[in-house]
Design a protein around this ligand. Structure first.
Ligand code: 13P
Length: 255
């Protein structure tokens, strides 16, 4: 049984101070919430302070990127071990903004995923088609390529533990959410491929979450889809109230 997984991707927002103020409030608001995994992904600068502020609570911490090497002359980069040492348990890898603006390919994503797992971090691996690809009817082949190449060389046991985020690029920051049906179709396809390539157990345990203009008023219909296991939330994760509402409404029993 997969419990809903809700992660807030703060992108390049919030200073250390703002981040700590946010999680101090969030942890109080969600302290009695059970049956949902809650994660926030601050910028690198705030990862340690946020991890300290949420220690021993039901809120986990993710970084938004990493570099695959353990250490060395890689100016500006941060290693998996450093992220783990700063107190994060998760790391977002291959977000479409990194693919588009920073040239990340599936091969790069794959190296990062393997390095993250090696350091004991849980990767949140982002995949998703662009608007042009959807309009050319290439959504499913694009997803196939991204799954195959980004998750290359992983074992079924590793797949079981990771989180795949389906984020159609055209739905990110646009207010244009995929309909529950569009999300449901893509998620069912992703799950089927995971089953085919990594086995039934891996596919049944892997969380496949949706990202792209998720808000308190559309989370319920998205998670009502059987293969949508939660959400990666951008804009609506920057306010405690809207993020907490998404968290509470993602639970199956939520009314
Ligand atoms: P928005 O929720 O702002 O559309 O961002 C989605 C996203 O990119 C999460 O990683």
């Amino acid at each position: 049984m997969r419990i809903p997984f809700i992660a807030g991707n703060w992108k390049m927002y919030k200073t250390v101070h703002e981040a700590v103020v946010f999680v101090k409030e969030l942890k109080l608001v969600v302290k009695d919430v059970t049956g949902v995994e809650i994660v926030v992904a601050p910028p690198f600068t705030a990862v340690h302070a946020v991890a300290e502020a949420v220690r021993n609570t039901n809120v986990g911490v993710a970084a938004q990127n990493l570099f695959w090497e353990r250490e060395g002359a890689f100016t500006g980069e941060v290693s998996p071990g450093m992220i783990k040492g700063a107190g994060a348990e998760y790391v977002i890898i291959g977000h479409s903004e990194r693919r588009r603006l920073f040239g990340e390919t599936d091969a790069i994503v794959n190296r990062k995923v393997i390095a993250a797992i090696g350091a004991g971090l849980t990767p949140i691996v982002c995949i998703g088609e662009t608007l042009e690809e959807r309009e050319r009817n290439e959504t499913l082949p694009v997803l196939d390529r991204q799954i195959k190449d980004s998750l290359d060389r992983l074992t079924g046991d590793q797949i079981a533990e990771l989180v795949v985020a389906y984020e159609p690029v055209w739905a990110i920051g646009t207010g244009r959410t995929a309909t529950a049906m569009q999300a449901g179709e893509a998620h069912a396809h992703i799950r089927q491929r995971l089953r085919q390539w990594f086995g039934a157990d891996a596919a049944d345990r892997c969380h496949v979450i949706y990202g792209g203009s998720v808000k308190p008023d559309n989370i319920r219909e998205l998670v009502a889809e059987p293969d949508v296991d939660g959400a990666l939330v951008g804009g609506a994760s920057l306010e405690v109230r809207s993020f907490a509402d998404i968290v509470t409404r993602s639970r199956p029993a939520a009314v």
